[in-house]
Write a protein that binds this ligand. Structure first.
Ligand SMILES: *Cc1c(COP(=O)(O)O)cnc(C)c1O
Length: 389
């Protein structure tokens, strides 16, 4: 694009209500936060367990800074890989019950690194149509043939797999879908991948910490082993409340990624103090299991409230069913209407994000409501009242 085209693009985005902008927050990520001096009730963060500002995390982080300083100063393969990183990898591996774990600086980078290391021209990657952008970008970067199957449609996947003559095949899915909150049909995906001799990769960014009896994520629900799902990706910036990501798999896979994942090799290691804080998060996921229970109570409370409410004027696919996770979409369709609803909620002191294309498919703009263990029932009632109006 030249300068003139950029200028026109920006004007057009504004006109279509597709312009993206940031709000500036002055307080920690929490259920109540402040922007420009005004207090808001927050229903758009991914801090599902309320750990991002937990005193024990703050303490572990601070202690980590005192021990290791702030910056890691180098990539993992030079000398940025600290004892804290190493311990976190071992503890994460135990947590997700897999032989090895490799830390990445972000989930976006983990997905890019894994897919592009594993696949090349002549290979094929099969992605759910609603997969996170980073999984799609990883597929594009790899130069493998990218085929998208209908959302959670295992028979569509099956026919695409059986028609493929690719040398290596990778099936790729979100665990919890980030904009819809539904969970992938993992047991069937495991079957199809095994049948077609394909790799299976599950990105459980939103499931780790929240889903499963002990918060091990979507794979816990179906009891999937490392043989069933050889590649598991999780992020640390959501329920675990810190920053970064990991890939879990067997010994060879992890050693291979250390040799070949470019987004692992050519970047600075995350600060060691982040690793120390995340080690505390893992402890809290186990020790404070009431957080997961409370989150689930909050989700049910909202869904019941929504089912009872007469929410008129909103044609919402997802109203009756809702999802079973902390992500509850209210699909509006029209971009302008979605933006207006989000703005009205904000005027009433409630933050709910409006999600527009291309983050979601055309005509499925939506409000994306997310819950935290720290929300009270009274706060959820306040949201329901506001939605009702
Ligand atoms: C948030 C998210 C990512 C990206 O993780 P970051 O650590 O924020 O880069 C990847 N995949 C899914 C499904 C996500 O929701």
């Amino acid at each position: 694009m030249n300068k003139n085209e950029i200028h026109q693009f920006l004007a057009q985005q504004k006109q279509l209500d597709l312009y993206r902008s940031r709000s500036t927050t002055d307080t920690p990520q929490a259920v109540k936060l402040k922007q420009n001096g005004k207090s808001y009730l927050n229903f758009c963060s991914n801090d599902y367990l309320g750990l991002a500002n937990h005193p024990k995390l703050v303490e572990a982080f601070t202690k980590g800074v005192r021990q290791y300083g702030v910056g890691s100063g180098a990539s993992h393969l030079i000398n940025g890989h600290s004892r804290a990183h190493h311990q976190l990898e071992e503890e994460l591996a135990a947590f997700v019950r897999r032989p090895r774990v490799l830390l990445f600086s972000t989930g976006y980078m983990a997905n890019l690194g894994v897919i592009s290391a594993l696949l090349a021209k002549g290979d094929a990657v099969f992605e759910d149509r609603l997969n996170h952008a980073s999984l799609l970008d990883g597929g594009l970067l790899s130069q493998a043939r990218l085929q998208r199957f209908q959302h959670s449609d295992v028979s569509d996947l099956e026919s695409k797999l059986s028609n493929s003559k690719a040398k290596n095949k990778l099936v790729c899915t979100d665990g919890v879908f980030s904009m819809d909150g539904d969970i992938a049909p993992l047991a069937e995906l495991v079957k199809q991948s095994a049948k077609s001799n394909s790799w299976l990769m599950v990105d459980d960014a939103h499931g780790i910490g929240t889903v499963g009896a002990t918060g091990r994520g979507c794979l816990e629900v179906v009891n999937a082993t490392v043989d069933d799902v050889p590649i598991l990706v999780g992020t640390l910036g959501k329920a675990l409340g810190t920053f970064g990501a990991f890939v879990a798999g067997d010994e060879d896979l992890i050693e291979f990624l250390i040799q070949r994942a470019r987004s692992y090799i050519y970047t600075t290691a995350m600060p060691a103090a982040i690793a120390e804080a995340t080690r505390m998060s893992l402890k809290l996921v186990d020790e404070e299991s009431w957080r997961r229970d409370q989150l689930n109570k909050n989700i049910s409370f909202f869904k019941q409230g929504l089912a009872q409410a007469e929410i008129t004027g909103l044609a919402c696919d997802h109203f009756d069913t809702g999802s079973d996770t902390a992500i509850q979409p209210i699909v509006i369709g029209d971009v302008q209407a979605t933006m207006q609803l989000s703005a009205k909620l904000k005027q009433a002191g409630i933050l709910v994000s409006a999600i527009r294309p291309p983050t979601v498919p055309e005509n499925t703009a939506r409000l994306r409501i997310t819950f935290s263990a720290e929300h009270s029932q009274q706060q959820i009632e306040q949201l329901l009242d506001c939605l009702n109006k």
